[in-house]
Design a protein around this ligand. Structure first.
Ligand SMILES: *Cc1c(COP(=O)(O)O)cnc(C)c1O
Length: 384
């Protein structure tokens, strides 16, 4: 058996919705865009939604809306997909990393608190631009589990900082009963095909800030403010528009999101049943504040004695692909070159980065496939 790492969950109705757009003349900036944005507002409870062509683009627009510029300091996590930090580098801001909670992989509140009091202790060894003012906190809801947002927003407010919530892995998750992505000044979701729902490429920003929403809408569309013609541009903008085919798919996918999340929850439950208590690995930890997990990936942690590359090779031989999750951001080559981070700077992130393994996961996996993967994992662990 050959198991795919992830698969989008698509129906005939999804395909039909895209096909219908193709028989209209409106392939971009048509009626599907506002309809999709309204649906996102209804689902999340946010006042405004701004659809864009990737989660990364969404994060970048939040950075612009927050007024973050060259040298500004933003406290964030090195245990994430690189886009959460790259969005800061696009504006030459300086990411100030703090380490994560070993159980969840989300920002560690005690360290965040310390960093906001003593930011100088947390600055990178060097930076291509001189350090400026502390402007924002950028937490990430890792693997579909919300970061401790009550503490994060309280701390940010006490220090007069903006909060950009990277919820690109957590659409539909709830923290103390409230939707992920709606805690900070801005939240971002992403729709790449391996996410909980997809538009092909795509993302969306949610916010309750009317002015910021209007500004981000303008920036997404080449800096055209309301009243600008096609060739007049009030701001330096981008082409971050989401096309109509993607918006149409977004609408039908979002309609089914709760059902798709329930299927993913079932797949996670099958993994939990089979992997709980197995010697050699740890299963995911769900914090009590997480009132709903939005399963993005299922990541196990190998015991330190196990060589992950060897484990992965042996599983591949059974037709089971796995991925290391995440390789720490501060150790990516361009980050080391720019900021001088070193191994040992964020020990928990590095430990999780060395031991984390995402196993095949999607809402369309069958129990038989999960059983096959778990048998392969058991066989490999026994053979080590
Ligand atoms: C997926 C993801 C993004 C955005 O990815 P895009 O491919 O640009 O849509 C951003 N941050 C995190 C943590 C992600 O997992």
């Amino acid at each position: 058996m050959k198991i795919p790492m992830s698969s989008p969950d698509l129906t005939e109705a999804d395909r039909q919705a895209v096909m219908e757009v193709l028989s209209t003349p409106n392939l971009s900036l048509g009626p599907k865009l506002p309809a999709f944005e309204r649906a996102v507002c209804e689902y999340t409870g946010a006042k405004y939604a701004i659809a864009v062509n990737s989660g990364t683009a969404g994060l970048h627009l939040c950075v612009r809306a927050a007024g973050i510029g060259a040298g500004d300091l933003v406290v964030t996590t090195p245990f994430s997909f690189v886009a959460s930090t790259n969005a800061l580098l696009f504006e030459n801001a300086i990411p100030v990393f703090v380490d994560v909670d070993a159980r969840t992989g989300n920002l560690d509140v005690a360290q965040l608190c310390d960093a906001l009091e003593h930011i100088e202790k947390y600055l990178p060894r060097r930076s291509p631009v001189p350090g400026g003012a502390l402007k924002a906190v950028l937490p990430v809801d890792v693997f579909g589990q919300p970061a401790p947002m009550d503490e994060i927003t309280d701390l940010a407010r006490a220090h007069g900082l903006k909060v950009i919530e990277d919820s690109c892995e957590a659409l539909g998750a709830t923290y103390k009963g409230k939707q992920a992505g709606t805690f900070g000044d801005y939240g971002v979701f992403a729709f790449y095909p391996n996410k909980q729902m997809t538009t092909g490429e795509g993302g969306v920003i949610v916010t309750d800030d009317e002015q910021a929403a209007a500004f981000m809408r303008a920036l997404r569309n080449q800096g055209r403010a309301p009243g600008d013609t096609w060739l007049s541009h009030t701001y330096l903008g981008y082409n971050y528009r989401l096309d109509e085919m993607s918006c149409a798919l977004g609408i039908t996918q979002l309609n089914r999101l709760d059902a798709m999340l329930a299927k993913r929850e079932q797949v996670a439950a099958w993994y939990f049943e089979r992997l709980r208590g197995l010697a050699g690995l740890e299963i995911p930890f769900i914090a009590p504040e997480t009132t709903r997990m939005s399963w993005f990936v299922y990541v196990i942690r190998l015991e330190r004695r196990i060589d992950r590359a060897d484990f992965a090779r042996r599983l591949e031989a059974h037709g089971v692909p796995v991925r290391p999750y995440f390789l720490p951001i501060h150790l990516q080559p361009y980050m080391v070159e720019r900021f001088g981070w070193r191994e040992g700077d964020f020990p928990i992130t590095e430990d999780l980065g060395q031991r984390g393994v995402a196993v095949p996961f999607s809402g369309v996996m069958t129990e038989e496939q999960v059983e096959y993967v778990c048998q392969a994992i058991r066989a490999v662990l026994n053979g080590l």
